[in-house]
Design a protein around this ligand. Structure first.
Ligand code: ADP
Ligand code: ADP
Ligand code: ZN
Ligand code: ZN
Length: 836
């Protein structure tokens, strides 16, 4: 008799920093992996469990793929036993295409399409509406004789015309139903009139006409001048005629007098004039690089498609209604109000349709439930996927997973608590429980103490980061870990440890200066005014969808970036700030060419060190030879990437270490040159900590290394590629360049800075914030983390919930004062509990 297998057995795990670990992962349970940032949690979860689980899955899929993958992509682990097929929900899901919406990603729109094709009242070609009961009855008669939906037709009782029933496929905006004008995106790209003239107070010579600053367009000012346009007075003083030539002047060749620097004048008959708009259009037609495209994008805005009014669907399909609403109107409902629409529709449908309707609507209900549990009630179906936050995307993925009712699958989740208000964490846990009940296993990497505390089993990786981590330091149930002296998370689970740092005194007396921002109508914000104390730390809190990003990222940041031209929704801005720096947890650098050394000034300084060596001079190796991002220095086989892609069908991202340079990235003759006995490759392989004594007599490098140490990144290798850094690591790295100067007029914005951070890392981050504060910085943090709020000076809470139930200022003031007050704010309730 076969024994029931109860655990995955990992033996000899050595991925990244993991130190030959043996660990058992219970199956059919909710397992949390905890540990400091960089300790090796993802290396275990993604690098071993997911990698092996998905590899087995692919092997089962096709022997062809198996042969092609070979040994190279196997995780560095001796043995993994009893691993089920694995599916990973990543911390950073890919960016959805412009065609995807909440409705299409969650697949709820499929059900809505079905509702419209089955329960809708269509309009015949003569414009008469056919009652739903008739259309359905007829369609079903046809259905009994033909399975093919496309052949279903109905007859219009009013005029006798026979016409096809729209099918569910007809309503697909990413298929047959797509609006022809916008190809189903609901938006068309237009030149943004507001982006043409940067600043009316500038003259053309000073660069007032932004498109003429595009490459190859500097000459346009000369042509304009030769046509009588005054280019040396502020743009606003130009006559309408002059402005008209700038904006709409004819595209043709003009004869221009050219004055050279020596004062000589000669004629040029051949100068093609591009007015401000033409300069953009023509540049677009010839754009080649991503960088150039990015520059051009600034001149465009997306406007709602004039044909489908943003509904993405062919206008004729909008005539079909269900319970008085067309499909575009239903798509604009939020997930929360979709439930009400369902109930109302069911009530109003004729008797003979109730049965079918309830079957279809049951599916809608099932699809909606997990989304609502995960606190996404405020999103509308029509909301574009590419406007969603990472946390929202991951929760949509998760809800979909639940619905597919898989069984026997291992789900590996990376930071599912991102973006969740403490109140929503409960919903997340109940979704986990359902996945387990369906017969699946769950491994979750997270830092949220409530979430970890709800797990069946905790595995702790540590004790430190990088080389100081990579061991399993404790394992057990939450109750067991609370008693385990080796556990780092135990004290936080039991509430014994609190993160409370001594408050840093502001550089200026409190409340003397503040930045005041007033936002009129913008999404769910409606005349919200907030005051942010300068030189202090403010936390902006509230449910997902409350309006935090709208207020801070979409309003405050752009307003501070360009105080001359406030975003439309910003009614008022009073501030002493001159600069704004937003620091997010997005990966640093897109490709693996960016490393800790190249991101800081370290690489440049290293290159100088090497190029100055007599041996290098003798051999003619200059600065460029000591860069793996330059062909003079890069390994010719991998072009300096250190990795080469394996051309495997279906698996775009399978890579192996470059066999020529062994991952060193450099040409062998370059890496043969030594400084104090170290080659450039040796130095890049040092951790920050190891490098400190080596560069004792190199003040520029040493200073940068010390900064890296101060922000808790001393375990990183200098040559480590920055896209491999965790969100928290990336975020701290981005601060390096700000820490060594006065920041009295700079406002820093952090969006969920605790992502990926163990409570211990949160302390490090708070210390970094305090350092910035000592430099005079003003700091604004969007956060759900109760420790962050506790340690902030000031709190701005939006709510009461998300979407239309949000957007209001619930509480604002010094944290210590707010805790004394009775306020109707859920965030404050949680904060008070946390404080007790
Ligand atoms: P955690 O998930 O606990 O934050 P990781 O497993 O991501 O930690 O990282 C463990 C260690 O391995 C860290 O020192 C990290 O910098 C390093 N690391 C992660 N990814 C890579 C990679 N692709 N190449 C080299 N080192 C890596
Ligand atoms: P938070 O940052 O607090 O999670 P947001 O500022 O992102 O909240 O959202 C506030 C409200 O504005 C929500 O109802 C959200 O759905 C809506 N919203 C935000 N961005 C967009 C957008 N690009 N398109 C449509 N609605 C949006
Ligand atoms: Zn359209
Ligand atoms: Zn190579």
């Amino acid at each position: 008799m076969s024994q029931k297998i109860e655990q995955i057995e990992v033996r000899g795990g050595r991925v990244h920093n993991l130190k030959n670990i043996d660990v058992d992962i219970p199956l059919n349970q909710f397992v949390a992996i905890s540990g400091p940032s960089g300790s090796g949690k993802s290396s275990l979860a993604m690098g071993i469990l997911y990698a092996e689980g998905s590899r087995r899955y692919l092997e089962a899929l096709s022997s062809y793929t198996r042969r092609r993958i070979g040994q190279s992509s196997r995780a560095e682990v001796r043995e993994v036993k009893h691993i089920p097929s694995a599916i990973a929900l990543r911390q950073r899901p890919g960016v959805p295409s412009e065609r995807s919406t909440v409705g299409s990603m969650s697949e709820i729109f499929n059900v809505v399409r079905l509702v419209f094709s089955r329960l809708g009242s269509p309009v015949c070609p003569n414009g008469h509406r056919v009652a739903p009961s008739i259309s359905i009855a007829q369609a079903f008669d046809k259905a009994s004789s033909s399975e093919d939906e496309d052949s279903w037709t109905i007859e219009c009782p009013t005029c006798g015309v026979t016409f096809p029933v729209p099918t569910a496929a007809d309503f697909a905006f990413n298929g047959d139903g797509a609006c022809v004008e916008c190809h189903g995106t609901g938006q068309v790209r237009q030149i943004d009139d507001d982006a043409i003239i940067k600043d009316e107070n500038m003259s053309i010579d000073e660069g007032a006409v932004a498109p003429w600053r595009l490459p190859g367009r500097a000459f346009m000012a000369t042509i304009a001048r030769s046509r009588g346009v005054r280019t040396d007075v502020p743009y606003k003083e130009l006559t309408d005629k002059e402005k008209d030539f700038v904006l709409h002047g004819e595209k043709k060749r003009y004869k221009v007098d050219l004055h050279t620097s020596t004062g000589r004048v000669y004629n040029n008959n051949n100068s093609l004039y591009e007015n401000a708009y033409d300069a953009i259009r023509d540049s677009l037609a010839t754009v080649k690089s991503d960088g150039a495209m990015k520059r051009l994008n600034k001149f465009f805005v997306f406007k709602t498609c004039p044909v489908c009014h943003g509904s993405r669907i062919k206008p004729e399909l909008l005539k079909q209604t269900v319970n008085g609403k067309n499909i575009a109107e239903v798509a604009d409902l939020t997930l929360g109000s979709l439930q009400d629409w369902r109930d109302e529709t069911l009530q109003n449908l004729p008797e003979n349709m109730q049965k079918m309707a309830s079957v279809i609507f049951e599916e809608l209900t099932n699809n909606l439930r997990p989304l609502l549990q995960l606190g996404l009630d405020y999103l509308s179906l029509s909301r574009s996927g590419n406007t969603l936050s990472t946390g929202e995307l991951q929760r949509i993925q998760l809800a979909k997973t639940l619905r597919t009712e898989t069984t026997g699958v291992l789900y590996v989740l990376d930071e599912p608590s991102i973006g969740l208000h403490p109140d929503n964490v409960k919903g997340l846990i109940s979704v986990f429980r359902e996945l387990i009940e369906q017969g699946n296993s769950l491994v979750v990497v997270d830092h949220n103490v409530d979430l970890i505390g709800a797990a069946d089993w905790i595995i702790e990786v540590g004790p430190g980061s990088g080389v100081q981590g990579g061991n399993i330091i404790a394992k057990g149930t939450p109750a067991e870990l609370q008693k385990n002296a080796k556990s780092l998370i135990g004290p936080y689970l039991s509430g014994k440890a609190d993160i409370l740092l001594p408050k840093t005194e502001p550089t200026a007396p409190s409340n003397t200066t503040q930045t005041t921002l007033e936002v009129a109508n913008y999404f769910n914000l409606n005349d919200v005014q907030v005051s942010i104390p300068e030189h202090e730390i403010s936390a902006v809190t509230g449910f997902s969808g409350a309006g935090k990003s709208s207020l801070i990222l979409d309003s405050l940041v752009p307003a501070l970036e360009n105080q001359e031209k406030l975003p439309k929704q910003v009614k008022k801005l009073e501030t002493n700030m001159k600069h704004v720096v937003s620091v997010d947890a997005k990966p640093v650098g897109k490709n693996t060419r960016s490393s800790v050394a190249t991101y800081t000034t370290i690489m440049d300084n290293l290159r100088h060190l090497f190029a100055d060596l007599p041996e290098a001079k003798e051999k003619g190796y200059g600065l460029s030879a000591f860069s793996y991002n330059n062909k003079d220095g890069a390994c010719p086989n991998c072009g300096g990437l250190g990795m080469v892609g394996l051309d495997v069908q279906y698996l775009a991202d399978v890579e192996e270490v470059c066999p020529v340079c062994q991952g060193n990235r450099f040409k062998p003759e370059v890496s043969a040159i030594k400084w104090h006995g170290y080659s450039i490759v040796d130095l890049l392989n040092l951790s920050v900590k190891e490098a400190l004594p080596v560069f004792e007599d190199q003040p520029k490098i040493e200073r940068e290394l010390k900064l890296l140490q101060e922000i808790g990144l001393d375990y990183l290798n200098l040559g480590q590629s920055t896209p491999s850094l965790s969100g928290g690591e990336a975020q701290r790295l981005k601060l390096v360049k700000h820490l060594n100067k006065s920041q009295k007029q700079t406002l820093f914005v952090f969006d969920e800075p605790t992502i990926g951070l163990h409570p211990r890392d949160v302390e490090t981050l708070l210390e970094v914030f305090n350092k910035l504060k000592k430099k005079g910085a003003t700091i604004v943090i969007i956060t759900h983390d109760l420790d962050m709020m506790t340690n902030a000076d000031y709190l701005i809470d939006l709510g009461p919930r998300g979407g239309s139930a949000g957007g209001k200022l619930m509480a604002e003031g010094a944290v210590k004062d707010l805790l004394q007050q009775r306020k109707d704010s859920l965030t404050l309730q949680y904060l008070k509990q946390h404080f007790d």
